[in-house]
Design a protein around this ligand. Structure first.
Ligand SMILES: Cc1cc2nc3c(=O)[nH]c(=O)nc-3n(C[C@H](O)[C@H](O)[C@H](O)COP(=O)(O)OP(=O)(O)OC[C@H]3O[C@@H](n4cnc5c(N)ncnc54)[C@H](O)[C@@H]3O)c2cc1C
Length: 402
């Protein structure tokens, strides 16, 4: 079977999550990667510098990638869609140095779309899902509040019954890309506990655009929510909201790890090439063992982390358990690696690495600092890993003098 996606002829669809297990150079993987790379280069990369300068998230990035059929392809297939396509799309956005734009596309495609696809049973939710996959509607997820960050169970945004409608009211603190979004999936508190409600733009008012250190094109805003919606918009009933958010976050964390690893590929290759080209003390920097081995050490960690990501995605795609703790372990490890590698690679460029516009390194460093918070902080990830890590008392008694 072949299919046409906006004039792009695609091979019989294969699950690229499983293909990743056999190596990133398998033919379907290489073809999909090539297609994504071209689309990102032609339609999204040219937007980066003005969007970073203006602190604006470009809706046109979502529109272009959606119109090319990539979002439908990512979410076609089984319960997780095609996770391999998610990873490749994220890696390529990272490798192209998209930063905030890439993260915004990921929040739309992974966190928001997974919730719509997994829980949206009404005709209204299905229509929004279709438009999100077409790239015609930008979606975001609004969970955090001024006093609610890591502990989402304390959510204060209210969901109350008013006649035959629901009223959703509250103040969401960090929402990305909040000003550009047509719909927000809002975590709120109903009488039975946390719920998720689909709120259209008419009920969303950006009240402050945050001057974030990095990810400037992600356009993170404080969002006032005040909407009257029908039953159709209640995506997840009161009481089940936190578990649902956790599922959406699992996809976001895998995509975030993939995007950071793509960016680290860019950073490490630039650093290595600089070592070969820049001379000091009459010889290329590469000849200085301290620098050469430092880059080799960083590169080794990137390669191992990427293999870990591919293996996890392959296991989930093959029908293995979708483990929240595996995704958390990947995300926290890669996010920390991201901060270290971007800093070290900027260092290798000397003074130029610290000057805007001279290299992309200073921006990558600023951008991926927030990888340790977005999608849940380091400590929250380690809590998930700890919860899935079981002691072995028989092993202990065999080896440890008691
Ligand atoms: C650029 C940006 C974009 C964002 N986009 C969105 C978005 O689109 N949607 C959204 O809903 N949110 C978004 N956020 C919010 C983000 O998810 C939160 O910042 C993050 O979850 C941490 O919450 P907090 O900032 O309130 O920190 P807090 O929860 O107050 O935590 C502060 C520090 O204490 C640590 N900590 C907290 N509790 C514990 C504990 N029990 N044990 C150990 N350490 C702990 C944390 O790890 C952190 O280091 C965004 C944030 C930023 C900066």
């Amino acid at each position: 079977m072949t299919s046409m996606t906006n004039n792009v002829r695609t091979e019989e669809r294969t699950d690229l999550g499983i293909q990743l297990a056999f190596g990133s150079t398998s033919r379907p993987v290489a073809e999909f990667r090539h297609r994504v790379r071209g689309l990102v280069e032609d339609h999204v990369s040219p937007l980066v510098s003005t969007c970073e300068r203006d602190r604006r998230f470009p809706r046109e990035a979502v529109a272009a990638l959606g119109a090319a059929g990539l979002f439908h392809e990512r979410w076609s297939g089984g319960i997780h869609g095609d996770l391999g396509r998610s990873v490749i799309l994220s890696e390529e956005m990272g490798r192209a140095g998209l930063g905030g734009i890439g993260i915004g596309v990921g929040l739309h495609l992974e966190a928001a779309t997974s919730l719509l696809r997994g829980f949206g049973t009404s005709a209204y939710a299905e229509e929004v899902l279709g438009r999100a996959l077409d790239g015609e509607s930008v979606c975001c997820v609004a969970t955090s509040e001024q006093h609610v960050g890591s502990d989402l169970s304390a959510v204060e945004t209210r969901l109350t019954r008013e006649g035959d409608h629901w009223r959703v009211r509250g103040d969401k603190w960090f929402v990305s890309p909040g000003a550009a979004a047509d719909h927000a999936l809002v975590l709120c508190r109903g009488s039975g506990g946390p719920a998720i409600v689909l709120v259209p733009r008419t009920g969303l008012t950006p009240v402050e655009r945050w001057a974030t250190t990095g990810m400037r094109s992600l356009e993170t805003v404080r969002l006032r929510v005040d909407a009257r919606v029908t039953d159709d918009a209640v995506l997840v009933e009161p009481g089940s909201g936190l578990a649902a958010v956790g599922q959406g976050l699992m996809y976001e964390r895998l995509a975030l790890a993939a995007q950071v690893l793509g960016a680290l590929d860019l950073a490490s290759v630039l650093a290595l090439t600089h070592l070969k080209r820049r001379k000091q003390f009459g010889t290329p920097l590469y000849r200085h063992q301290a620098l050469r081995l430092r880059v080799a050490d960083l590169r080794s960690r990137i390669l191992v982390a990427r293999r870990g990501l591919y293996a996890t995605v392959a296991e989930i795609s093959a029908g293995g358990r979708a483990s929240a703790s595996d995704a958390a372990a990947l995300k926290v490890t890669v996010a920390q690696l991201g901060e270290k590698v971007t800093s070290e690679c900027a260092h290798i460029f000397g003074g130029r690495g610290y000057v805007e516009g001279q290299t992309p390194l200073e921006r990558l460093w600023r951008d991926f600092k927030v990888g340790r918070l977005g999608g849940g902080s380091d400590e929250m990830m380690w809590e998930l890993v700890a919860a899935g890590f079981r002691p072995d008392h028989a092993l202990y008694e065999k080896w440890i003098a008691t």
